[in-house]
Design a protein around this ligand. Structure first.
Ligand SMILES: *Cc1c(COP(=O)(O)O)cnc(C)c1O
Length: 464
C-alpha cells in the first residue's frame, strides 16, 4: 500500500509533466458586470412589433409580464450592467466561476494538432447554464415584490433552473412542461418538484388555451410555443405573477455573458486566444453567453476568430429558415420578433434534443448571423450522438444531446486541422450534461434514432 505522502509526491511529479488542462478563477475574480452586445452593434436591433398595429411595442406595456429591471435591460444599450451583490453571492454559492477545461484526451484520441477547450457549464447544480439567468430573474422579481413566477419548459432544463432560482429567492414557481418531455423525462419533473415548483404537462387543463387543445386531442404532445402561450395566459390571469423566459430575449443573453466574461479571463491567464468559438443554439442563450464577450472584441477589431452556431437539421431555423418578423409562441400572444424562424406553427419532429426544438432564434443572434458575423451549421441526431459518445469515452463527461451538436462540429473541425496541420485553438461551451437524457443514449445505442429533415418549410410574412 502506498503512503499518502508518496501518492502526493507522485501526483506532483505527474502534474508537472501534464499540460495545464484546467483553468480556474478564484472566487474574487468572478465578473461583476454583465456584457450587453447591443452596445457594440452598428445599428439598433429591429424592435419587437405589436402584431395588430405593426408598430414598435411600448416597453411599459410589457410590465404586466416582466419585472421592470428586466425590461430596462431588454432595451438597454449600455455595454456593461452591474451584477447585484445578491446575484453574485448566489453565483458563488452554486459553484461559479466554472473551470475552462482543455480536452487533452479528446485531442490525443483525434491525433489533432488543434487545442480544444470547453467551458464547464454542465457543473451547475441543475446540469446546465440556465441558472445564470434563472437566479438573476428570480432576484429582480423578488426585489420588485413579485410573489409567483410562471414559465414553460421543453426538455426541463430551464424549468429546473427557474425552480431552483425561485426557491433561492423565496418565489412560488409554476412550470408548463411540454407534455412529451413530461412523459419522457420524469427525472426533470421530479427535480422541479423537489425544488418546490408546481409542474403541469402542457397542453394542460389549467389554461383556456390548453383546454382548447386538449379538447381536440387529449394526448396532444405539446410544443414549446404552446407551453409559452400557457405560461403567458397564467401570468396575466394571476395576481402578483410575472413571466420568466429561459432564452431568446436580450436580457437573458446578457445574464449568460458571465460565461464568456469568465472564459476571456481564463484564456488571458494562460495567454491563449481562441480561433474558433462554438456553441449549440436552441434559442441562442448559451451560445451568446459564451460567444458575445469575444464577439464584442471582434466587432471592435480586437480579435480574429470564427463564431459557429450549431443546430439540428430537424429544426433548421438559421440554416433553412427565414429572417423575418414572426411570433414567439404558437397562440400568437407575443409581440412579433425579427428572427430566423421555421414558422411559429412548425411541428418540430420528436428529436431527443428537447432544448433545440424551438422554432425561432434570439433576435440579436439572428441579426449577427444575417450580417455574417456568426456562421451556422446543422446536423442529424445520429452523427451528433456518435460525437457525444466519442466525447464521453475520452473526456468522461456524457454531454446533453443539445451540447453534442457543437461537439460534433468541434470534432470535425479538429479532424480538419489534422489534415491541414493547423494548430488552431477550438473553444466551445459545454452547456449541459446528459445524465437525465440517458433514454436518448439508450435509443442511440440500440440504433433506434431517426434522422428527420423537413421536406420544405413555409414561413408566413407578417411585415413586408
Ligand atoms: C436550454 C438548453 C439549450 C438551448 O437553449 P439556448 O438558449 O440556445 O442555450 C441548449 N443546451 C442545454 C444543455 C440547455 O439546457
Amino acid at each position: 500500500m502506498l503512503r499518502k505522502a508518496t501518492i502526493t509526491a507522485m501526483l506532483e511529479t505527474e502534474q508537472a509533466m501534464l499540460p495545464q488542462n484546467r483553468v480556474t478563477l478564484e472566487e474574487d475574480e468572478i465578473p461583476t458586470r454583465y456584457y450587453n452586445i447591443q452596445a457594440d452593434l452598428r445599428e439598433p436591433l429591429p424592435p419587437p412589433l405589436d402584431p395588430k398595429t405593426k408598430q414598435p411595442v411600448n416597453p411599459a406595456a410589457l410590465e404586466r409580464l416582466f419585472a421592470k429591471e428586466l425590461i430596462r435591460q431588454e432595451i438597454s444599450s449600455e455595454r456593461y450592467i452591474t451584477i447585484p451583490d445578491e446575484v453574485l453571492q448566489a453565483y458563488l454559492e452554486i459553484g461559479r466561476p466554472t473551470p475552462l477545461i482543455r480536452a487533452t484526451r479528446l485531442e490525443r484520441f483525434l491525433k489533432t494538432p488543434a487545442k480544444i477547450f470547453y467551458k464547464a457549464e454542465y457543473l451547475s447544480p441543475t446540469g446546465s447554464h440556465k441558472p445564470n439567468t434563472a437566479i438573476a430573474q428570480a432576484y429582480y422579481n423578488k426585489k420588485q415584490g413579485t410573489e409567483r413566477v410562471a414559465t414553460e419548459s421543453g426538455a426541463g432544463q430551464w424549468g429546473s433552473a427557474l425552480a431552483l432560482g425561485s426557491e433561492m429567492f423565496g418565489l412560488k414557481c409554476k412550470v408548463y412542461m411540454v407534455r412529451i418531455s413530461y412523459q419522457q423525462k420524469p427525472g426533470r419533473r421530479v427535480m422541479m418538484e423537489t425544488y418546490g415548483a408546481e409542474v403541469r404537462p402542457s397542453p394542460s387543463e389549467d389554461t383556456n388555451y390548453g383546454r382548447s387543445l386538449l379538447a381536440q386531442d387529449k394526448n396532444h404532445p405539446g410544443t414549446l410555443g404552446i407551453a409559452i402561450s400557457e405560461a403567458l395566459e397564467d401570468t396575466v390571469t394571476h395576481d402578483n405573477t410575472r413571466y420568466c423566459l429561459g432564452s431568446v430575449m436580450n436580457h437573458v443573453l446578457t445574464h449568460q455573458s458571465v460565461i464568456g466574461l469568465e472564459a476571456k479571463k481564463q484564456f488571458e491567464s494562460i495567454d491563449v486566444q481562441p480561433d474558433v468559438i462554438a456553441g449549440c443554439i436552441g434559442g441562442g442563450s448559451n451560445f451568446a453567453g459564451f460567444a458575445y464577450p469575444f464577439l464584442g472584441d471582434k466587432l471592435q477589431g480586437k480579435l480574429d476568430a470564427d463564431f459557429v452556431a450549431c443546430e439540428p437539421k430537424a429544426v433548421p431555423s438559421t440554416t433553412r429558415g427565414t429572417f423575418t418578423y414572426d411570433f414567439g409562441d404558437t397562440a400568437e400572444m407575443t409581440p412579433l420578433l425579427k428572427m430566423y424562424t421555421v414558422g411559429h406553427k412548425y411541428q418540430s419532429p420528436p428529436i431527443h434534443s428537447g432544448g433545440l426544438r424551438y422554432h425561432g432564434k434570439a433576435p440579436s443572434l439572428s441579426y449577427l448571423i444575417n450580417k455574417g458575423h456568426v456562421h451556422s451549421v446543422a446536423y442529424h441526431q445520429n452523427e451528433v450522438f456518435q460525437a457525444a459518445r466519442t466525447f464521453a469515452q475520452t473526456e468522461g463527461v456524457i454531454p446533453a444531446p443539445e451540447t453534442a451538436h457543437c461537439i460534433k462540429y468541434i470534432i470535425d473541425r479538429a479532424i480538419e486541422c489534422k489534415k491541414t496541420g493547423e494548430e488552431k485553438v477550438l473553444a466551445f461551451n459545454n452547456c449541459g450534461h446528459g445524465l437525465l437524457d440517458l433514454k436518448a443514449y439508450e435509443d442511440f445505442l440500440a440504433g433506434k434514432l431517426i434522422d428527420y429533415e423537413p421536406p420544405n418549410i413555409q414561413v408566413e410574412t407578417y411585415v413586408k
